[in-house]
Design a protein. Structure first.
Length: 384
């Protein structure tokens, strides 16, 4: 292992692994460090839905840029990552949601991401397992499903193929600016390693390394069924998703059912702030399953074989944190992607790589800049 690299990336989740590979391919000698193994953090706990979410213009920009990069990656890596070209069915349960679905279709079509409106009958024909009487849906054909931990692992392997290095099983304890031109990381074994640039992509671990970066956990529950091949073709998501209607204890739930390449159904999902444990809550899990059964009644008779909870690394304004730390030259962030880190990993990596190598990123990176949060944290002290 070299004591000095051009770049050290801390965290080999899907975000850090994508950043490391991109930088190495751009000719920067890169070392990727993880306290455990590639893809074993939140990347292993999520759903792997590659989705064009449009809750804000900035979110959609990042998703669409990344989905284009995912498309290329999938073409270049056939057979890797359990890819299912499922599309998404955004299902409207009532007239209000149907109107919102229309607006979503307009927004996505305006950006050339095909979105087709379906009426009640068309919806039932497309997915016969859906319950009768739904108000309609938007079908987003270009969305898909992957298995994120395998992809993170593969990216880390590719990094090594391109001459990069990876150090697993070593936690970075702290990060120091040793001179204007280098940063140094201290490993738990006492070793110091230095680099011109350090990219902190440590998921929830960011807050331990950079205490001024308000990355906080947003808990989510998932369950997976036994194998039922052929019963579901699309990722089914309620138009409720992202609306954040909460119960008194801050729990919000929206049905999100994913067909896995194995024939299993992965069922989500919930959101809850203020929780730092990954214990499964029967109340949250029950609410998730009920919301899914409301759309897909046959699920009530299917076998659930495992349930778990994961902590999404969230940021106060819902946008990821991508770019150079405003007060620490040479320290970059790629973090806080909440429930979209798999979708947006490749766009994040390109932005970080372009900024470090002095290129103009393909989309405006300003909405994701770390500096916005430092300003906010001065004005508002109640975050996460
Ligand atoms: C229930 C749920 C559903 C989700 N569904 C989706 C979805 O459908 N689509 C989507 O796009 N996203 C989804 N996500 C979100 C997505 O999983 C995350 O945004 C993404 O995995 C974050 O990746 P990461 O690389 O930033 O973090 P992680 O995967 O957590 O990686 C961080 C890595 O850093 C390492 N690390 C931490 N601290 C240190 C340190 N000090 N030193 C060394 N290493 C360190 C950890 O070991 C870990 O491997 C979901 C998440 C959850 C919980």
């Amino acid at each position: 292992m070299r004591p000095h690299s051009d770049v050290i990336v801390i965290g080999a989740g899907i975000v850090g692994a994508a950043c490391a590979l991109s930088l190495q391919k751009a000719g920067r000698q890169t070392l990727l460090i993880d306290a455990a193994q590639p893809g074993c953090g939140i990347t292993a706990a999520g759903m792997g839905h590659l989705v064009a979410l449009d809750e804000s213009a900035q979110e959609l920009d990042l998703c669409l840029y990344s989905l284009g990069l995912w498309r290329q990656w999938v073409e270049q890596h056939p057979g890797i990552g359990q890819v299912v070209q499922s599309g998404t069915l955004w299902v409207a349960e009532n007239e209000q949601q149907r109107i919102e679905a229309e607006a979503r279709a307009e927004r996505l079509n305006a950006r050339a991401w095909q979105a087709d409106l379906l009426n009640t009958d068309q919806l039932r024909q497309l997915e016969p397992s859906l319950r009768h009487g739904l108000a309609g849906a938007v079908r987003v054909a270009g969305d898909s499903v992957v298995y994120p931990p395998i992809i993170a692992h593969h990216l880390a392997q590719e990094l090594q193929m391109f001459g990069g290095e990876i150090l697993c099983g070593q936690r970075v304890m702290s990060l120091h600016d040793s001179s204007g031109k280098t940063s140094t990381v201290l490993l738990e074994n006492g070793q110091h390693l230095s680099a011109q640039y350090v990219v902190v992509a440590a998921g929830l671990g960011v807050a331990n390394l950079l205490s001024d970066m308000p990355v906080f956990p947003r808990k989510g529950h998932l369950a997976i069924t036994d194998r039922y091949p052929g019963r579901l073709q699309h990722q089914i998501v309620s138009m409720d998703y992202g609306q954040h209607a909460m119960t008194a204890d801050g729990l919000s739930v929206a049905a999100n059912i994913q067909p896995r390449a194995t024939g299993q159904w992965l069922i989500g999902s919930s959101r809850q702030d203020g929780k730092t444990d990954t214990k499964v809550s029967p109340i949250a899990l029950g609410a998730v399953l009920q919301s899914a059964i409301r759309l897909l009644p046959c699920l009530a008779k299917m076998q659930i074989i495992r349930a778990w909870a994961g902590l999404r690394p969230a940021s106060p304004d819902g946008q990821p944190i991508i770019g150079e730390h405003p007060h620490r030259p040479g320290v970059w962030l790629a973090a806080g992607h909440e429930g979209l880190g798999v979708t947006t990993a490749f766009a994040t990596a390109e932005i970080v790589k372009d900024q470090i190598t002095g290129q103009k990123p393909a989309i405006d990176p300003t909405p994701y800049a770390p500096s916005r949060l430092l300003k906010e944290s001065i004005n508002e002290s109640a975050y996460g």
